[in-house]
Design a protein around this ligand. Sequence first.
Ligand code: PMP
Length: 369
Amino acid sequence: MTRIWNFSAGPATLPEAVLRQAQAELLDWHGVGASIMEMSHRGQYFTEVIQTAEANLRELLAIPQNYKVLFLQGGATLQFSAVPMNLLNGRSADYVATGTWSKKAHQEAGRIGKARLAGSTEQAGQPADGFIRLPRQDELNLDPQAAYLHLCTNETIHGVEFLSEARLPQAPANVPIVADMSSHILSRPVEISRYGLIYAGAQKNIAPSGLTLVIVREDLMGHAAMNIPRLLDYKTQAENDSMLNTPTTFAIYMAGLVFQWLKAQGGLPRMAEINRKKAALLYAAIDNSQGFYTNPVAPECRSLMNIPFRLPCVEQEAEFVRASEAAGFMGLKGHKSVGGIRASLYNAMPLAGVEALARFMREFSRQHG
Ligand code: PMP
């Protein structure tokens, strides 16, 4: 069996060691004689799995005691609705658009209540590469009474990332920041206390699809509109240990294995170091190509996780995708809304995979440049 280098944006590559462990435990989890996916979510064994997963996640991200961790379903997209349903409480929220996902979050929140666009970096007339930077503070029009300020801290399609908490906008006093971290959660240490709520679909940097993580400060719970589905109410979910109904047990188990793997790698400081190295290698392959490959994003906010780039023409891009697949790479075709190429370098992508891609890119541009 040959595992190929999978640069897919998500569902994405998982650590090989984790897949092997899951394979070894698939039929008989820890000598119990049944698969973890066949066990009751309320039984002793799965309880152990979810509690260990939460404890390891708390350790990895240094999550303070006054934050709850919820293991939910519905993807990050359902959080686009759940966040305003839980936090608006009759008020208005501010959204900053830095790419497709924050724009979608804003649109979806507008269906629930009042969602203001407090700033946008979209460039008029350039639909393909319309988002290439983060906003400056003086470009934002922030409401001091907002229920929250929503950001997508890594734009998966445009490759624009808030690379540290120092890059976050200054929110007005008492306005919590809500962050969609779907495509870079666990890629570096995060100052959790800078956020009121963090959410992330698991299928990029954590686990298979189906699981959505929510990390929420306790005082932000309990203000949901009375008529919202109980499944979407953070307080009810927290009170029921994310088991108001049957949770996505297998994805939670897989997330738990990934958290253990991350700890064994040296935790998030070490992952951040490797991720910086991998991204630097790929950006160098782009920037040193004499303009054959181009990435339009401002250097100080170039994503370490999702790296979109263009070739001189769409025919060459199609040829690049075809040749890359023949050479043992997968998932390099850009998102359909923007075209081009995109390489996603999540935690589970080894340095060797990025080195192989950079070599392939140099060879391809030599032949086609
Ligand atoms: N937010 C971001 C940043 C994403 O990358 C994605 C998925 N690509 C979503 C939200 C939507 O996630 P889901 O498909 O889990 O609803």
